[in-house]
Design a protein around this ligand. Structure first.
Ligand code: FES
Length: 331
């Protein structure tokens, strides 16, 4: 079996007796296709690496050749592992991206520097998203990504927006939201999500407003009656940085299978782990290969968690965060 990799989308295996399109569809990719016999050209893409054989024409195409930019994957058999690109292809569970204009229905301060912003999607065909995904606010001065902090249902979207006087772009964002009643939004985005519920314990690890997507995932797990063990680790510098501590406690009460460990790195308090969040996680981690991990927070925090988990024996493919895609570690 050969392997087909689609950068930033995913990969699947292909047998020698099937076309790349057939294998992609078998692996549940949304592969654009109609005729499946080389007429409509909907499955056309570029061969980035490797070689394919077009059986009907008894013709072999190698990556980099002139005709490698017009490969019809309904006719192509992989001769080697390949890397391909196909416009509009989506991975299993990946939802179509929409741009819509939302109403800004509420802005509520949750702490000195975090506000809850509620948006309402337009009526009609409401875009779908998976718990844990993000959206982008499309401002004239640039696009800004925020995790969606509520589980998918209905037309309302909850965001946790942090702003600080030392970060002028964060002040531009909150001012733009406060001064308008509508905002253009692109959604959904991100691969850290619960499109399907895992059949293993879930450990959720977050810092600061990284709690937003984790809250959405916990609400979804509650709504779906997920029964396997869940661990929640929320880390902050001080207790006042935990801007929605009551929400975390409420979810803890609603989910009997949830173990909640809040951690403070600069303040010693009863009922809180004292130290960095990955230290709290490692203290409890006795079977590193068993859980699946979802991480929300800044790039330094997410990479520190990644390093600590992998160092403790967690398989890297069990650790999920969009940070690893949008802020890859410098080589
Ligand atoms: S599906 Fe029509 S050309 Fe491939």
């Amino acid at each position: 079996m050969k392997r087909i990799n689609i950068p930033l989308v995913g990969s699947f295996g292909v047998d020698s007796d099937e076309t790349i399109l057939e294998a992609g569809l078998r692996a549940s990719f949304s592969f654009p296709a109609a005729c499946r016999n080389g007429v409509c050209e909907r499955c056309q893409g570029t061969l980035l690496k490797g070689s394919v054989h077009i059986a009907r024409k008894d013709h072999t195409i190698h990556a980099g050749e002139t005709d490698s930019t017009r490969v019809l994957y309904c006719l192509a058999h992989a001769l080697t592992d390949c890397e391909i690109s196909v416009p509009d292809i989506r991975a299993p569970g990946e939802l179509p991206v929409h741009e819509v204009t939302c109403q800004i229905t509420e802005i509520t301060p949750l702490s000195d520097d975090v506000s809850r912003v509620m948006l309402r999607l337009p009526a009609g065909k409401v875009p779908r998203w998976h718990a844990g995904q993000y959206l982008e606010l499309l401002f004239p001065f640039g696009d800004c990504a925020f995790s969606i902090a509520n589980a998918p249902s209905g037309r309302d979207l909850e965001l946790h927006v942090r702003y600080h006087h030392e970060n002028s772009s964060s002040l531009d964002v909150i001012a733009a939201l406060q001064n308008d009643s509508l905002v253009k939004v692109r959604l959904p985005g991100g691969t850290r999500h619960l499109a399907a519920l895992p059949e293993r314990p879930i450990w959720l690890i977050c810092g600061s407003t990284g709690f937003a997507p984790i809250k959405a995932m916990l609400e979804h797990l509650r709504n779906e009656h997920f029964r396997l063990p869940i661990h929640l680790y929320w880390g902050a510098r001080t207790q006042t940085d935990m801007y929605l501590a009551d929400a975390a406690k409420a979810l803890d009460a609603e989910l009997p299978n949830l173990k909640y460990i809040p951690a403070l790195s600069e303040e010693k308090r009863d009922d809180f782990f004292f130290g960095l969040i990955h230290e709290a996680v490692l203290k409890d981690l006795h079977t590193p290969a068993e859980p699946i991990f979802y991480v929300g927070g800044s790039p330094p925090m997410a990479w520190a968690v990644f390093d600590a988990l992998v160092g403790a024996g967690v398989p890297a493919e069990h650790i999920h965060s969009d940070v690893y895609d949008y802020a890859p570690r410098a080589e």
